[in-house]
Design a protein around this ligand. Sequence first.
Ligand code: PLP
Length: 479
Amino acid sequence: MTPEEFRDFGHAVVDWIADYRAGVEELPVRGPVRPGGLREQLPPRLPEEGESPESMLADLDRVIVPALTHWQHPSFFGYFPANASLASVLGDLLSSGLGVQGMSWTTSPAATELEQYLLDGLARELGLPAEFTFPGGGGGVIQDSASSAVLVALLTALHRGSAGAWRSSGLTGGEVVYGSAETHSSLAKAVRVAGLGHDGLRSVSVDPDTLAMRPAALAEAVAEDMAAGRRPVLVCATVGTTGTGAVDPLSEIAAICREHGIWLHVDAAWAGVAALCPELRAPFAGVAEADSFCTNAHKWLMTAFDCGLYWTRHPDVLVDALSILPEYLRDPAGVGGAVVDYRDWQIPLGRRFRALKLWAVLRWFGLRGLREHLRLHVALAEELAELVRGDERFALVTEPSFALVCLRARTGAGAAADDRRTERLLASINESGRAFLSHTAVAGRPVIRVAIGGVTTERGHVLALWRLLGEAFEAAAAG
Ligand code: PLP
């Protein structure tokens, strides 16, 4: 494809995306799809000869779109949002267009330095300590995901906790990592990838009402492990758990970590960006004592996947843990230590110029626009929670957290009937295509999660969802 052909086809693709976004609200959030249905519509063999761009766009409409779950639909309330603003889409396009590979400073200085600039600036705006910034001796990096961030945190903690021996000798077998039953599964995966095995992860009990980690239980578990000769390495505390948005008490957890020299990683994958709004910062009290912090711009901060933001106050330990320098990567700038080589801050070697899409978001919306986006969704969650409180057919399972509301049906006929109704009405809403919700379980019982946060989600969409919940409740009673 020549640049001129790209210009022609590129216009058509941009038009296609604009039309898709303009019309996505008219589509079912998730259409009726059966497993294998898409593959049956594709030719059995890959194309031997190149085809026209138009034929690909036609297939996008014919084959792909009907089999999508439309995450950018304003009535998508499932999981956590993955809001991909069109500004970030353009930033992503620019990044692909430039096609640079930013594994080292020298392989594309702009990619590294823009990333450093953005991460420093965001640390300040999020109220993170100066020690997380480059001028303060720390630093931030864009990871592909919060899962990578926690793995990197764990590897750094293993390295620090072994006084450097982990890098050459590996694990000793007694290392222990702590989370709670509400901690995201990415911690368990990191533990497995790092080779700690099942015994290496302890699930600390949570407060039954708030579902937040109990510091006293953490202290007990740490003491027990140390008495048994095991070595506590890392605690993963969460601000905004995936299930219900629970907030682990960072200050108390940090005190335990400090006492025993344990790495404290704060996973705020979804909720962390809310700290851009000073009035939403209370749940982050204590973050200044963490060793690392992660939040995803690709969830609620308008930035297309993938853009996981990770900061640590110990980049020297991180680089020492992960750096491997074969001759073909050696260059004067890196060897002199005058620059940051981000390849040493992550698992893969290569890296995209992800900072561009984040920059595009910041320059399009400004911090003020981003704060308005966050505040709107927090206010809508509170409004929805108030509607739930006032309706005897529903109950809040936990208090709303940031922009997440967790609820269940209430039939008056006991817990088992409530659970059946909850499951039925969730299924019927998702089948309707008019909205999309996902679920969790609390104390073994099903819970409907309403995660508000789409790029174009407004009050009308939340009120429409509320009406739909009511209709589905009645229909499930009749059915
Ligand atoms: N941590 C929390 C609290 C999450 O909610 C999620 C995903 O929803 C993750 C980690 C994993 O995020 P990622 O998909 O970026 O790995």
